[in-house]
Design a protein around this ligand. Structure first.
Ligand SMILES: Cc1ncc(COP(=O)(O)O)c(C=O)c1O
Length: 400
């Protein structure tokens, strides 16, 4: 079991008097990651893969080690399968822009997607004409796999689904959906922004073709993220940008791209962030993702039980905590979610997010309302006592 008190000592920001329940937007960063980034600036600040001098050599070594660490963290075969990018959004855009599209193609996605994994595909439709079919879930975010079987056919080029909804907290059966996609020769892209931080990830086991995820949601620095590309897709997947750092050779009228991952990392990369991201994966590995998952379930249980029992509070997402991560969206009857979040911040020192959470299709189609809701999202440094304080605060606000 995870030792939350010892973990909390690695996050001095937790001493600022705020109960941080907004990790789904961006997690906090432990000292180990902050220090690793500072080490780069203090000890070997130089560009990577470009210099023979010692600073550049050391920076390159740390940069490459970070790739290995991130690749291992998601169960990838090697560093060539993971491009370091700035966030999940960039990863999804890279894949969408790299494919050749025609109006006879089909894209299958779902109603619970974050805008990053939704409008990217709508733009492909607007530009090149493929159909975008949107699979619906129940109001709790539970899918019927039969709906994917109906939607995915031989014209489907890609299935783009999230692993975990940032609004409902529900866990989507991506491995089963990958199986259906592959039966029809379609690729599968998983939005791992909320899944990778909370659930042990094994890309080889789930057989996904692409997995986009954000370092800043899993203890890493802002500006860090990863895109996993399976072996079979590495050759065909084009970089979003090319230029310095991405080539094997250039002549006056031609060029050859470097081998992956370098072909995806154009220009001077976010070196400190990538090195910090590697350290974040090291940290999570030390804690153990199975321990993160177990703690998450405890927090989810307490959050769900507590909020559901308050009169005048509606809680969204699956009723069964085993079908979700430690994240709950809710509304207090008669209260705008932004007012709820503001009151929690100003009067109770609790940070939660409010609004549509970049998931307007979900708000409009499932909830028939677009003003959104308030969201409390946890991570490994949150305690059960903090959840109890949130529940008492929401109870008090709902009462008056
Ligand atoms: C499910 C999901 N997908 C994609 C994103 C976009 O992540 P980023 O802003 O790091 O690109 C988020 C961010 O909240 C998310 O929750």
């Amino acid at each position: 079991m995870l030792d939350v008190e010892s973990i909390r000592r690695d996050f001095p920001i937790l001493n600022k008097g705020v109960i941080y329940l907004d990790s789904a937007a961006s997690s906090l960063t432990p000292e180990q990651v902050v220090l690793k980034e500072m080490e780069f600036y203090r000890e070997y600040r130089a560009n990577v893969e470009r210099g023979v001098h010692r600073f550049s050599q050391r920076a390159s070594e740390e940069y490459e080690n970070a790739h290995d660490e991130v690749a291992r963290f998601i169960g990838a075969k090697g560093r060539e399968n993971v491009a370091m990018i700035s966030n999940t959004t960039e990863g999804i855009n890279l894949v969408a822009n790299s494919m050749d599209w025609s109006k006879d193609d089909k894209i299958v996605t779902t109603v619970i997607e974050h805008h990053s994994n939704f409008i990217t595909w709508l733009r492909v439709k607007q530009r090149y004409g493929p159909e975008v079919e949107v699979v619906k879930s129940s109001i709790e975010g539970i899918f019927d796999l039969g709906d994917f079987e109906k939607a995915i056919d031989d014209s489907t080029k890609i299935v783009a689904v999230t692993h975990v909804s940032n609004v409902l907290g529900c866990i989507v059966p991506v491995k089963e959906i990958a199986g259906i996609a592959h039966d029809h020769g379609a690729k599968i892209l998983v939005d791992g922004a909320q899944g990778v931080p909370h659930i042990k990830t094994d890309v080889l086991e789930s057989k996904v073709d692409f997995l986009a995820f954000s370092g800043h949601k899993m203890l890493g620095p802002t500006g860090s993220g990863g895109l996993y590309i399976s072996d079979t897709e590495l050759e065909a997947t084009e970089p979003l940008c090319i230029g310095g750092g991405t080539i094997a050779d250039v002549s006056i009228d031609d060029y050859t791209l470097a081998v992956p991952p370098m072909k995806y990392e154009a220009g001077t990369p976010a070196i400190a962030q990538v090195i910090g991201f590697g350290e974040a994966c090291r940290y999570l590995n030390r804690v153990g993702m199975e321990n993160v998952e177990a703690w998450d379930l405890k927090l989810a249980n307490r959050l769900l039980d507590g909020l559901s029992e308050i009169e005048g509070v509606e809680v969204f997402g699956p009723k069964n905590p085993r079908q979700r991560v430690g994240l709950a969206t809710f509304n207090i009857e008669g209260m705008n979610p932004h007012d709820t979040a503001l009151t929690l911040d100003q009067e109770y020192d609790i940070a939660v997010r409010s609004g549509h959470h970049c998931a307007l299709p979900l708000m409009k189609e499932l909830f028939k309302a677009d003003e959104g809701n308030a969201r409390a999202s946890t991570y490994l440094y949150n305690t059960l006592e903090e959840i109890d304080i949130l529940i008492s605060a929401v109870e008090e606000i709902a009462r008056y």
